[in-house]
Design a protein around this ligand. Structure first.
Ligand code: SDX
Length: 378
């Protein structure tokens, strides 16, 4: 057997062959099934992009309508899931609530028929349709309110914002939110997708696959960074404080949230699109001083860290969009999960098509042949 060099974080090691998405980290290019992200953000919708990722081709008009219809009519969650969520502590993080609720779906759909395309489609529809309802339901219930029933007359993103805020969203806000979902839906072999594929490779059910990926996404080095960015902008408080804040981070060797990426060595193309969305939102709904702070941060970080290839990533500007929409900070990562679930499911399907269980090796650096010491001699 070939012995490979150990790479912490498996940097640069291929973990799968995949035709779902492609990143060129030197040129700042991201494609889903070969289509540039900029084009999808301009012309597609989240559900159409989800279809593209999962089934490999853009849907025909009829295929898209059928998929939208199925998702629309599976948005309700079972009352027993809702009642279970009611028992969650309101101080708990919504990502933990989402992970538990996604896993609980597996209790209701325990049949596993992984080679049946109808089973795959039903699972995909159920997860894409109900995850937003779960996020919105937890948000309302932790405030002591009843969850709002999904509205069949509203599109995917408009319905989520309606369930969250109990009022119909502005059409521009709903469209911008939908574009945010497109930008977050998929990103090659990131940590949560890797987690999803490892779980999928054991041939468990898709609810366990998604629950494990949600758990992985929540950490501050991954999807959880969007929440930390807003905290950081609040702590900085003014444009004048940006330079000393960054200087202090660099001296302490602390990571600046929303910056840096394992693959991109230039600005993340999603950050560029998100920044334009921030500007569109502010033009219509009023400016936010946090944007000035963010722009100054980008300037100072570039000045200090461009030589290391550290630029804004997807998590840097997304929080400013959600904040302007009045969404609580701790829902930013669950919103990332609402989008990413379609990417995880595309990888689930791809993994199943040519499955072999993940079982890497390790380099043992412990001791051998140690005699057992009786407790009184320790
Ligand atoms: C996402 O993988 C994906 O595709 C993820 C994602 C997706 O769509 O799925 O794009 C979503 O997770 C975005 C990333 C969100 N995380 C953050 O914003 C947290 C802050 N960023 C970093 O911690 C870091 O950049 C990572 C975690 C994103 C990448 O980590 P790596 O590849 O392991 O890089 P590293 O920590 O080993 O850093 C390499 C060098 C170090 O300097 P040296 O020791 O070599 O001198 O770059 C420096 C680091 O100190 N560095 C930073 C930095 N990120 C890297 N320095 C200051 N601030 C930072 N943010």
């Amino acid at each position: 057997m070939m012995v490979c060099e150990y790479k912490p974080g498996l940097e640069g090691i291929p973990a799968a062959q995949s035709s779902i998405s492609y990143v060129d980290g030197q040129k700042g290019i991201l494609e889903y099934r070969g289509i540039r992200i900029e084009e999808l953000a301009e012309k597609s919708t989240f559900l159409e992009t989800a279809y593209l990722l999962i089934w490999g081709e853009l849907p025909s008009k009829e295929e898209l309508e059928a998929f939208e219809h199925e998702v629309r009519y599976h948005r309700r969650i079972k009352y027993r899931i809702r009642d279970m969520m009611k028992c969650f502590p309101e101080s708990g993080h919504p990502m933990d609530a989402l992970q538990a609720s996604a896993a609980a779906l597996g209790l209701f759909y325990s049949l596993r028929d992984l080679h049946n395309p109808a089973y795959i489609r039903d699972s995909v529809v159920r997860l894409i349709a109900t995850i937003p309802t779960m996020v919105a339901a937890f948000q309302l219930m932790r405030k002591g309110n009843d969850p709002v029933r999904p509205r069949d007359d509203l599109d995917y993103s408009a319905n989520f914002l309606y369930m969250l805020n109990e009022q119909e969203p502005d059409p521009l806000a709903a469209r911008i939110f939908d574009i945010c979902l497109i930008l977050h839906v998929e990103h090659t072999m990131n940590a949560s997708t890797f987690s999803a594929r490892v779980t999928a490779s054991t041939l468990t059910d898709p609810y366990a696959v998604v629950a494990s990926a949600v758990g992985t996404l929540g950490g501050p080095l991954h999807g959880g960074a969007n929440e930390e960015v807003i905290q950081m902008l609040e702590d900085i408080g003014s444009v004048d404080n940006v330079r000393p804040y960054i200087q202090d981070c660099l001296e302490r060797k602390a990571k600046i949230m929303g910056f840096g990426h394992r693959v991109y060595k230039v600005k993340d193309p999603r950050a560029t699109i998100l920044q334009k969305l921030v500007e569109q939102l502010f033009e219509k709904f009023g400016h936010d001083k946090f944007y000035d702070i963010a722009q100054e941060m980008e300037r100072v970080v570039e000045e200090k860290l461009a030589s290391k290839g550290i630029y804004p990533n997807v998590d840097f500007y997304s929080g400013l969009v959600y904040r302007k929409m009045g969404i609580p900070t701790d829902l930013f990562t669950p919103i990332f999960a609402i989008a990413r679930v379609a990417g995880w499911l595309a990888h689930w399907k791809e993994q199943l098509a040519e499955n072999r269980i993940f079982r890497p090796t390790q380099i043992y650096n412990g001791r051998h042949e140690i005699p057992y010491a009786p407790i009184e001699q320790r």
